[in-house]
Design a protein around this ligand. Structure first.
Ligand code: DC
Length: 235
């Protein structure tokens, strides 16, 4: 049985969050950003006083004492919480981006988050973005997309997102940081960043966010309408 999931994977700053949240809105589905869950773990590690290179045993101990999860807000949308409080822009700060790939490569951290991420499917249709959604978290997702864009385009977009890059950052410095993160995310042993064989590749380098949303929505909506028609014919 296929899972009621729209999986959106891809490298850093490819535009996944903008696209995934808008698709979720159009479909009336729940939106989950798994990158923010890894960021929340990284934030908690640094706040606890742990430093890079992180000690796996200490990270494991920390995970026993923290709570990171999504809860349903008053408007019905999912909100990421750390120890019961909504996570804010602090998890998107450059310091977190610098360390998150190291934390995300740890099997202890992935195991801890994987279980939480799989549970969202019980809420109904979900749009989930990350690096391993179509390959590991929901390999049987009904829809899988892999978003990518050229390194220059991604660096430019990331620079335009205020608060996410260090003061004085340039396209070249941001491109270097993104490339380093992609390399770590793609080369790790566990659940590396990879396009699922059955994912639709969308190169967003020359497309606006609206165009990407329209393309993905058209594919998902057409297929949803077709399966509704089929189930009406059967019953
Ligand atoms: O999507 P993002 O750039 O905010 O993600 C931050 C980091 O989290 C990314 O560099 C790799 C990690 N990540 C992951 O390993 N698996 C996921 N499903 C999502 C993110």
């Amino acid at each position: 049985m296929k899972q009621d999931v729209i999986a959106i994977d891809g490298p850093a700053a490819a535009g996944k969050s903008t696209v995934a949240s808008r698709i979720a809105e159009k479909l009336g589905a729940h939106y989950v950003n798994t990158g923010n869950m890894y960021r929340a773990v990284t934030y908690s590690a640094l706040r606890t006083g742990l430093k890079s290179p992180f000690d796996r045993k200490k990270i494991k101990e920390m995970l026993e004492n923290i709570d990171i999860n999504y809860v349903t807000g008053t408007d019905g949308k999912l909100i990421l919480t750390m120890d019961g409080k909504p996570a804010g822009t602090e998890i998107r700060a450059p310091e977190i981006s610098r360390h998150v790939s190291e934390i995300a490569a740890m099997p202890e951290v992935r195991d801890w988050l994987v279980n939480r991420q799989r549970q969202f499917v019980s809420l109904g249709t979900i749009v989930m973005e990350g690096r391993d959604i179509g390959t590991v978290i929901f390999p049987d997702a009904k829809y899988k997309f892999f978003l990518t864009a050229s390194p220059e385009v991604r660096a430019k977009r990331r620079l335009e997102q205020s608060g996410e890059t260090a003061d004085g950052a340039t396209i070249a410095s941001v491109a270097k940081e993104i490339a380093a993160r992609d390399e770590m995310d793609s080369k790790r042993d566990m659940a590396p960043l990879r396009k699922a064989d059955d994912a639709v590749l969308v190169d967003c380098s020359e497309m606006t966010a609206d165009e990407v949303v329209d393309r993905i929505y058209a594919i998902v909506n057409k297929s949803m309408l077709q399966s509704r028609k089929q189930s009406i014919n059967v019953s």
